[in-house]
Design a binder for this molecule. Structure first.
Ligand code: URA
Length: 472
């Protein structure tokens, strides 16, 4: 067994490996030993062909790239594995670099982990401004990668930050960009480490305030979040210290709901008193944002009020906000909104001149994978009628268009039979014209293209009818 010593860089290993291959030294005869890292680590950044003019060694480009990546993987056997794969491939055993081979699969697994770590560095590095260099801002950042990826990852930031210079410090090395040249220092000079770790600046404080105010507890999914942004990076992110608190607040909110549900599901002795007697006297909420008339508010981002001019003569009622409406706080902003917008235009109307609202003001949904799936409102329609009636009293429209069965149920205080009974007819509702038509999401949902066109035409026809009722 011979001990082979080199400087610990990929370029150094490549030089030595080439000589060993030329002397036909088998992997099991070598023990690899590294000396402290030299600071020419950027020599590793470009995978170079293994052959030289004087060398007969040939290795595929793809292997050189894989070796270059895998060389950054921190593992006591990294140089031994790299040499074993190279040795086998050079001797004609191409399988050594394939995923089906034990060595090949290990090499690829390492390369993949390194690629991921490079992505982490690109995604989770946070520069802070620390003074100026040649009249331009100078930025610094601290990062703790799990593998030796700085040399491969740092060039990404060159020429991406205008004329600014920057420094990326890690526990092992530092990369410095002065606006023209990238240099790597290993180990990281102590002064640079301290500079990169220095406390927050105003930009970070602003970013933290923004992060906290836009964090949506209804959408927080700790598992997905930690999958994308491993916890080990939190401590170096300005928003990192906020995340545990924000997540735990989101979790306790969810747990409270879950506990309340399980209590209500417990069987118990029935006490024969009327509901009216046992109900505590509570003031009804006076604003839509504070509405607790049904439980939908607990899982919605916000209540979605109607919108439009207060003197609108045409009043359109949908069913309930969907995912997009719930996030944006405005009715008909998602796919159904686009169908409706098109129908409004084709009917010769303008969205801005109409009042658009929903029978139910909070989004009712159930989780489906990572999505929130719409659930048709039922018992929520009656309590929410309060808000619809308020809007009708305020706007006092001449014509109401009920888009679908939920809107009609809300107006009629009972479930309508079939929608087709009302379609295409102009009726009266409490002294106003009422037209009933399909909901725009029905147009999206209905199978067959012909039926879809028919439903869209019926929606447009209803809006044309409404427009004609308004004409002098
Ligand atoms: N569907 C509705 O009924 N209303 C909206 O606001 C969006 C989709």
């Amino acid at each position: 067994m011979r001990t082979v010593s080199f400087d610990g860089s990929f370029a150094g290993w490549r030089r030595v490996a080439r000589q060993l291959l030329e002397q036909d030294i088998a992997p099991h005869e070598i023990s690899w030993q590294t000396e402290p890292l030299s600071n020419d680590l950027f020599a590793t950044a470009d995978a170079q062909p293994l052959e030289t003019a004087s060398s007969t060694i040939r290795a595929p480009r793809q292997l050189a790239d894989l070796l270059n990546l895998a060389a950054c993987y921190r593992h006591p056997q990294r140089w031994a594995l790299l040499y074993r794969v190279l040795w086998r491939v050079v001797r004609g055993d191409q399988a050594a670099m394939l995923a089906g081979d034990e060595d090949g699969s290990e090499l690829r697994r390492w390369a993949k982990a390194v690629r991921r770590e490079i992505h982490h560095l690109h995604a989770f590095l946070r520069f802070k401004q620390r003074g100026e260099h040649a009249g331009n801002p100078h930025y610094v950042a601290w990062h703790e990668p799990a593998h030796d990826v700085l040399a491969l990852a740092a060039p990404h930031f060159c020429n991406r930050m205008g004329n600014s210079s920057w420094l990326i410090a890690t526990p092992e090395a530092a990369a410095l960009w002065d606006g023209k040249t990238l240099t790597l220092e290993a180990p990281c000079p102590t002064g640079l480490e301290a500079l990169a770790k220095q406390q927050r600046d105003d930009g970070e404080r602003l970013w933290m305030a923004y992060y906290a105010s836009t964090f949506n507890p209804a959408r927080a999914n700790p598992k997905v979040m930690t999958g994308h942004m491993p916890r080990r990076f939190w401590k170096d992110l300005p928003e990192g210290p906020l995340i545990p608190t924000l997540l735990s607040e989101a979790r306790t909110g969810t747990q409270r709901t879950a506990q309340a549900k399980s209590v209500s599901e417990q069987t118990g002795k029935t006490v024969p008193v009327s509901a009216a007697e046992v109900l505590p006297v509570r003031e009804q909420p006076s604003t839509l944002e504070t509405c607790r008339r049904c439980p939908l508010w607990q899982r919605a981002t916000q209540a979605v009020p109607g919108e439009g001019p207060l003197n609108a003569r045409l009043f359109l009622i949908g069913e309930q906000p969907g995912d997009q409406e719930d996030l944006q706080g405005r009715p008909f902003m998602g796919p159904a909104g686009q169908v409706l917008d098109r129908a409004i235009r084709e009917a010769g109307l303008q969205r801005e001149s109409l009042y658009l609202t929903n029978a139910v003001k909070h989004f009712k949904w159930t989780p489906q994978g990572r999505r929130r799936k719409h659930v048709t409102p039922t018992v929520e329609i009656a309590p929410c009628r309060h808000w619809l009636e308020n809007e009708l009293d305020t706007i006092k429209p001449d014509v109401i268009v009920a888009l679908g069965a939920t809107a009609l149920e809300s107006l009629m205080h009972r479930k309508p039979g079939s929608l087709s009974e009302y379609m295409g007819r102009v009726t009266q509702w409490q002294g106003r014209w009422l037209i009933v038509t399909y909901h725009p999401s029905y147009v999206l949902r209905v199978p067959e293209e012909a039926r879809q066109r028919q439903a869209q035409a019926a929606l447009i026809a209803a809006l044309v009818q409404a427009r004609q009722l308004l004409e002098p």
